[in-house]
Unconditional design. Structure first.
Length: 347
């Protein structure tokens, strides 16, 4: 077990709202540690909308999920937030001094004055392939997330799934991988129309093979996957040779251990007030899709508003003796210095 990291604020969730929470806390001179169960920053926004357009971010006509994440990371860079990825929080205890002891499944420990839950609809976990024994190949030949696309160049790939993520990666690897086979349980693909048309065109040009059916087994040699068994809808069986199997069945959100923290919940969402977006446990705040209150709208821009008020509401725990005044980044030298944009005038 690691020595606990002591901090003023822990943010659970590295999606857009969690990132903006870093910004609002930073303006109030609070450095945050951010924990996320996914292996990369961006949360649902990157996992599901990485290359898809988002049109309702104020003053940004259009951006993709990845672009929004990149812009938020640039915005929070001055505040040096520490990220702890691929970490699922499984422990929260209130300490005698009022602080919180937080732990992750891999053994990381934190002691924090406040907690900000920005976990969307819960900790996202990839829906896994239900084939006995295939889990032994996770991380070597079986992948539910792609962190380094280049590692698959020149390989024989089987991609399983019929949604945007599976199709986008299939398109990406055509011309880079030696061979790409796309497997989906039915002929109808559930992705953006232009993406589906690209897949059809690649199949027509024989640059991509599309098989209808479900993966029902596998073959190995020398403890490595060599072939995947695919059972068609009429019972026929085919085998596809491969170097790597990429499975994109979507993400399954789970509230997980947060459900045991003693927070007031309504349909697996955390009840909060609308003054501070504080939960029923003092010092624990919830922002974004994870919370609920009368009139709640599940929009990114609503989460940004919630993060702002939560940051101010947390000051009673972080700096109880310090008066907190509303300042404007346009006119405050203090905030401009924190952001690294201050230019003194020669008045």
């Amino acid at each position: 077990m690691q020595t606990p990291i002591e901090t003023d604020a822990v943010i659970i969730g590295a999606g857009p709202v969690g990132l903006f929470q870093v910004f609002e806390l930073g303006l109030l001179e609070v450095q945050a540690h951010v924990i996320d169960s996914l292996p990369k920053i961006g949360g649902q926004c990157v996992e599901l909308y990485r290359d898809k357009p988002i049109y309702d971010i104020p003053a940004v006509q259009v951006c993709t999920g990845q672009e929004l994440t990149d812009r938020l990371l640039q915005q929070i860079a001055p505040f040096n937030a520490q990220f702890h990825l691929n970490q699922e929080v499984n422990l929260m205890e209130k300490m005698a001094d009022g602080r919180f002891h937080i732990g992750t499944a891999s053994g990381k420990r934190f002691v924090s004055k406040t907690i900000f839950i920005a976990a969307g609809v819960g900790a996202f976990q990839a829906r896994e392939l239900k084939i006995d024994g295939i889990g032994a190949f996770i991380g070597t030949q079986l992948f539910y997330h792609i962190n380094n696309p280049d590692q698959f160049n020149g390989k024989d790939l089987v991609i399983c799934g019929g949604g945007d993520q599976a199709l986008d990666w299939a398109i990406h690897f055509v011309g880079k991988a030696r061979r790409v086979v796309l497997v989906h349980r039915r002929e109808q693909l559930k992705a953006a129309p232009d993406t589906v048309e690209k897949i059809k065109a690649l199949c027509a040009d024989q640059k991509l093979q599309f098989l209808t059916g479900q993966i029902t087994g596998f073959r190995t040699a020398e403890k490595r996957l060599t072939e995947i068994e695919i059972t068609g809808n009429t019972g026929e069986i085919a085998y596809a040779p491969l170097d790597a199997l990429l499975v994109f069945f979507g993400l399954s959100p789970k509230l997980g251990p947060i459900a045991t923290w003693g927070l007031d919940l309504d349909r697996k969402q955390i009840c909060v007030d609308t003054e501070k977006f504080e939960s029923s446990v003092p010092g624990i705040f919830a922002v974004g899709d994870i919370n609920t209150y009368p009139g709640k709208k599940k929009l990114i821009l609503s989460g940004f508003h919630e993060a702002t008020l939560a940051a101010f509401g947390s000051m009673r725990y972080i700096f109880p003796e310090k008066p907190v005044h509303l300042q404007y980044t346009t006119t405050s030298p203090k905030l401009q210095k924190a952001l690294g944009v201050y230019k003194p005038t020669n008045d």
